[in-house]
Design a protein around this ligand. Structure first.
Ligand code: GLN
Length: 541
């Protein structure tokens, strides 16, 4: 039997509901349960794939090719359970499914309404694609009181009623602010938020109160009394120095015990060794390296969430702290790269879209290549590395990507067809933007004796993709003459997946997104190797 835990948020957004859900998932897993985590997003986009990173942060891509909310990245990093398309739904997708059914005549003449048709579709999603999971944790995006989250709240209320308390639990995350002038913690926002939840028929079973300090027993009891929950089900979700401390801190507050009691489960106490080891390593590094991340969306760090985490995982694996120096590549149009990049021990150009800032990224690649500074190019960062080599080493001055418009020497061009398993995928230049990139897990064969073959330790890998353009193999012979090696190719040999300069201390460009699969307890080998190279570089400068 799968039990459902619904996690809602109140008072303000950005309280870290995704992390809280992920940490609860990790705790239940540590008690021996099988978990799945899901996100229900109230916006009207069918998925976040077409949204600007400034709006929504990173788009997290699953193995099965779904473009999803970045919280799914937290879920995967904390539990190791690979997310799927069926783990993220939006109002847009629900409505487009309901409307498609209506057009097919599936509702047999009924008037199609939010209740029951939309709420039924939400409930169906929540219960779909589950097998032997003990728990399915469903996070509801947004804040209680938003107009757009109402159908989701109604759907989970109905589910609570249909499945009963033995199979459902409601967790509400709120804020308990400290008011310095009064010298007091305030419980009123939590009370109001719970009232709001009660007005749609949901009585929370547990409250997680974000707070910057311990919540004294008196305040805890007050919250319990006014919000009608058991005093020990008022959990203080305190600020911590690293996100990997969150499961440990929740456990200390008794969170997993309250969940087990709610469901009448007698589970052994969890072993949190995995988390305490990571936290210890994080807190007591033996050194430090600085990595320059030269990108476009550097003012909103959520845009590079998985990337930042993966770099820290590489640090954990090497016992060093990784300091991230976020650089907006456009700055190199005005200022010299040297002053910005010289103090760094590694340079990374991440995924990106569009021409703005591309010139600055190419400058960063050139600096890394010429100075022998470790370079890691991811997706767009690989494409920029190839353009740099084409222009500055192969003498193809007009080399560019057709992403920026028609050009004479298209070393990076639009992918119009590729194989997905046994199926041929085709794209037209004027097709839809949503969901039409080469998405999800694809295999890549590694060249014998290459750096990446040594790093991965296997001949064939599978990594997640999200791109529309590719390095043009017509230019492979010319590029190889410059010393650039095509060390990873799709199994059919038609798509370049990895390039590297074997003579450089560490220079690797990958067409996929390795950061999406890195976990703190299982750092991605490319990030581990890149940070190790940065450590060597730090000893030189
Ligand atoms: N814009 C490039 C493409 O579509 C790179 C995409 C990315 O970096 N994710 O191929």
């Amino acid at each position: 039997m799968t039990r459902f835990i619904f996690i809602t948020g109140g008072v303000v957004s950005s309280l870290g509901k995704g992390l809280a859900s992920a940490a609860l998932g990790a705790l239940l897993q540590a008690r021996g349960f099988k978990v799945r985590l899901r996100k229900l997003d109230p916006y009207l986009n069918v998925d976040p794939g077409t949204m600007s990173p400034y709006q929504h942060g990173e788009v997290y891509v699953t193995d099965d090719g779904a473009e999803t909310d970045l919280d799914l990245g937290h879920y995967e990093r904390f539990t190791g359970v690979a997310s799927r398309q069926s783990d993220n739904i939006t109002t847009g997708r629900i409505y487009s499914n309901v409307i498609a059914k209506e057009r097919r005549g599936d509702y047999l003449g009924a008037t199609v309404q939010v209740i029951p048709h939309v709420t039924d579709a939400i409930k169906e999603f929540v219960r779909s694609d589950l097998t032997d999971e003990d728990f399915c944790l469903c996070e509801i995006g947004g804040t209680v009181g938003d107009i757009e989250s109402l159908p989701f709240l109604e759907a989970i209320r109905q589910l609570g009623n249909e499945l009963g308390r033995a199979q459902t639990m409601f967790v509400h995350l709120t804020l308990v602010p400290y008011i310095p002038s009064a010298g007091e913690l305030k419980t009123k926002p939590t009370q109001h938020s719970v009232k709001e939840l009660l007005s749609v028929g949901i009585q929370p079973d547990m409250l997680m109160c974000r707070c910057d300090r311990e919540i004294p027993e008196g305040e805890r009891r007050k919250i319990a009394l006014f919000c009608n929950v058991a005093p020990d089900a008022v959990i203080a979700a305190l600020d911590v120095d690293t996100i990997y401390q969150v499961p440990v801190s929740y456990h200390e507050q008794g969170m997993d015990a309250v969940v087990c009691r709610h469901f009448g489960l007698d589970a052994p106490a969890p072993s949190l060794k995995r988390w305490t080891t990571i936290v210890e390593r994080f807190r007591q590094p033996e050194g430090e390296v600085t990595i320059a991340v030269v990108g476009k969306y550097t003012s909103l760090l959520d845009s590079y969430k998985s990337l930042a985490e993966a770099l820290h995982h590489g640090g954990i694996a090497n016992n060093v702290r990784v300091r991230l120096n976020w650089i907006d590549s456009q700055i190199f149009e005005r200022e010299d790269v040297v002053q910005h990049l010289e103090p760094c021990h590694g340079i990374l150009v991440p995924g990106g879209f569009g021409e703005r800032g591309a010139g600055g990224k190419i400058e960063a690649v050139k600096f890394a290549r010429e100075r022998g500074v470790p370079y890691f190019g991811i997706c767009f960062g690989m494409q920029m590395a190839v353009i740099e080599a084409a222009r500055n080493l192969a003498g193809l001055k007009g080399a560019n990507s057709t992403e920026f418009g028609p050009c004479e020497t298209p070393v990076v061009g639009l992918m119009t067809e590729w194989m997905k398993g046994n199926m041929l995928e085709k794209r037209a230049a004027n097709g839809d933007l949503g969901g039409s990139m080469r998405l999800g897990a694809y295999d890549c064969d590694l060249k014998p004796n290459s750096r990446v073959r040594e790093i991965y330790g296997v001949d064939r890998i599978s990594e997640r993709h999200r791109h529309r353009f590719e390095v043009n193999l017509d230019y492979k012979p010319m590029l190889e003459k410059t010393g650039l090696s095509f060390s990873g190719l799709s199994p059919d040999g038609v798509l370049p997946e990895i390039v590297e300069f074997p003579d450089h201390p560490w220079f690797v460009g990958v067409q996929f997104h390795p950061e999406l699969k890195s976990k703190p307890f299982d750092p991605h080998p490319l990030f581990t190797s890149f940070i190790a190279a940065a450590v060597r570089q730090s000893r030189l400068v």
